[in-house]
Design a protein around this ligand. Structure first.
Ligand code: AGP
Length: 605
């Protein structure tokens, strides 16, 4: 996710852009840049790797004069965070500028075609393909050139373009957010509302498939083929701080609600056209490994446990998962046929980084499932499978966990297909379920009211037990961690079948038992476990599939989640547990985004 700001009006564009980018820096901070168009002359560009402050310093020494400009703060997806890869990207003649947020899924074949036509690329980003594609179609009509280029592009993106021949900004949206700000003889475009608030509260949220032609005193919204569209003008009454959270009270809630669109970024471009394979840009040769070790910390380790189920099931490779703080000290036995997968949102968790170093010392092949590009882990690992979750601000991980699960789904399919242990049909079935998951996540979010009532009823309890079986045992662990870390309520998780071996002694009417009872190969056993809890006056709060009426006779409270393929169900089920933790902590008046004693990334031992 990146920050985009565009301005056309009577002010110095550079001032408006820099101010706007500062308010969007939470969307990404690998690099930043801006381009300003002094009427008709060539565009003036300044862009730098690093945080926005580096760009601000550079602009001080290279003042950019002009009342039309674009700016961007980057969350790197393709191409390292360097000056060259920073946006904006210019055409070879320096008269066309593009900035972009999202992923151009088919950028490699397009780049090949453009190179064959003699285009010279400066960066290794997917964005630069847009510049050369528009340039290829540009015969003097900028809007027509952008439309023609978009016909050839697939992916999730928001883009903003201008050309030195025009006093006009052209914007287009396909999934990634874009909002227009309406001023007096000036107009704005941005990836999020905070950048607009100092200047206007009148905004137009572009819809998927919208294009906008923005001049100083006119805004026209059309579809990608030119049909004019009516779009509502909204009046924003948020304050600046609320706006950074897009109107949500906490970053954590915003990030829970972003998960459906994050999945589209994680999956972006990685499903093969044949529908039964995945395309992962890895150097790893699966034929050379006979064992997988997954190591991480906290929530990331639970994602690793889901990965264990997936890889063993689909790729028939032995997998073990161990928390990094144990793994790194126990002299594990690894060799060159071991694949060590490290999982980390921040890429800076010291235990995970040291575990990676131990694996490398022993000659294991290493792969990171990682969010932050340019992080320490990204620089030391053989291969990286980026999760593209965008900056995660809430200390309690939600969307990054979701994206890690999605990455493990892709990795397990990729390994299974390479090893011949996963059939076309089964791979296609799982891929179909994955493609449908964003819709199911939106449906799962509709249970929020039901979950809030349960949170209200149980916010005063001091102990919770979370139970899950099979691939959803890690989901129970993650649900318990979410509740612990933001509501400070003691919560522990057990494999449901394990309850009889001790924890059942805890059961009484003082401890809610949250049980994952969605349809699965172990559903009947889960129902009997629930009856064991009820037989001891336990309180059962069960995650069930909407259509499951029968189970309601055995439980006290139901949280309905949509049904999906068992191997994909952890992605849907966890949403309900994230909301349960959030609604509980919110009702206890606790600091949801910065819980006590915690840090977003534990870089100390
Ligand atoms: C999760 O909600 C916690 N913030 C914590 O367990 C976190 O997952 C863990 O510290 C690992 O962080 P990482 O993914 O950045 O390595």
């Amino acid at each position: 996710m990146c920050g985009i700001v565009g301005y056309i009006g009577h002010r110095q564009a550079a001032d408006v852009i820099l101010d706007g980018l500062k308010r969007l820096e939470y969307r990404g901070y690998d690099s930043a840049g801006m381009v300003v168009s002094p009427q008709g002359a060539n565009l003036n560009l300044v862009k730098r790797a690093g945080k926005l402050g580096v760009l601000a310093e550079a602009v001080k020494t290279t003042p950019l004069k002009g009342t039309l400009g674009l700016g961007h703060t980057r969350w790197a997806t393709h191409g390292k965070p360097t000056d060259i890869n920073a946006h904006p990207h210019l055409s070879e003649d320096g008269r066309l500028a593009v900035i972009h947020n999202g992923i151009i899924e088919n950028y490699l074949p397009l780049k090949k075609q453009l190179l064959a036509k003699g285009h010279v690329f400066a960066s290794d980003t997917d964005t630069e393909v847009l510049v050369h594609l528009i340039e290829e179609h540009y015969g003097g009509d900028l809007v027509a050139a952008v439309r023609a280029a978009l016909v050839e592009v697939s992916g999730a993106y928001a883009l903003v373009v201008f050309h030195a021949d025009y006093e006009l900004i052209v914007a287009a949206r396909a999934t990634s957010p874009m909002v227009i700000g309406i001023g007096k003889n000036e107009n704005f475009v941005a990836s999020d509302v905070p950048a607009l608030l100092p200047y206007t509260r009148k905004v137009v949220f572009l819809h998927d498939g919208d294009m906008a032609l923005i001049s100083r005193d006119e805004i026209t919204v059309t579809d990608f083929v030119g049909q004019v569209l009516e779009r509502e003008v909204s009046n924003i009454d948020w304050d600046a701080e609320a706006a950074e959270k897009s109107g949500y009270p906490h970053y954590m809630l915003k990030e829970i609600y972003e998960q459906a669109s994050v999945l589209q970024q994680t999956f972006g471009g990685r499903f093969a056209a044949n529908g039964s394979d995945v395309a992962l840009d890895l150097t790893l040769n699966p034929a050379l490994i006979d064992r997988v070790v997954i190591t991480a910390a906290g929530t990331a380790s639970y994602a690793g446990m889901v990965g264990e189920y997936l890889i063993e099931k689909l790729a028939r490779l032995p997998v073990e998962v161990e928390v990094a703080s144990e793994f790194r000290y126990r002299e594990p036995v690894l060799n060159e046929r071991t694949l060590c997968v490290v999982v980390s949102q921040s890429g800076e968790t010291i235990d995970t980084l040291e575990a990676l170093r131990e694996a490398k010392r022993q000659g294991a092949k290493t792969l990171a499932i990682l969010n932050v590009k340019g992080s320490s882990i990204s620089r030391e690992v053989d291969d990286v499978l980026y999760i593209h979750a965008g900056p995660e601000i809430g200390v309690a991980s939600t969307k990054a966990y979701m994206a890690m699960l999605a990455a493990f789904e892709l990795l397990a399919i990729w390994l299974g297909r390479h090893r011949g242990t996963l059939s076309d049909e089964r791979a296609a079935e799982i891929i179909r379920a994955l493609r449908h998951t964003p819709v199911l996540i939106e449906q799962a979010l509709e249970s929020r009211e039901q979950i809030a009532q349960i949170a209200e009823a149980f916010k005063g309890y001091n102990d919770y037990l979370f139970l899950g079986r099979g691939i959803n045992f890690p989901t129970a662990l993650e649900g318990a961690l979410k509740l612990k870390e933001i509501s400070y309520i003691h919560a522990e998780a057990y494999a449901t079948g394990e309850m009889k071996h001790g924890p059942i002694a805890l059961i009484d009417d003082d401890m809610p038992v949250v049980t994952i009872a969605t349809k699965s190969s172990l559903y009947e056993k889960t129902v009997s476990n629930i009856q064991e809890v009820k037989a001891r006056d336990g309180i059962v709060i069960a995650l069930i599939n909407e259509a499951d009426e029968e189970i309601k006779n055995h439980i006290d409270y139901a949280i309905s989640v949509p049904e999906t393929d068992e191997l994909v169900s952890p992605l849907v089920n966890v949403v309900a547990l994230q909301l349960l933790a959030y609604e509980t902590a919110e009702r206890l008046g606790l600091d949801v985004d910065q819980p006590r004693n915690l840090a977003k990334s534990v870089t100390v031992e």
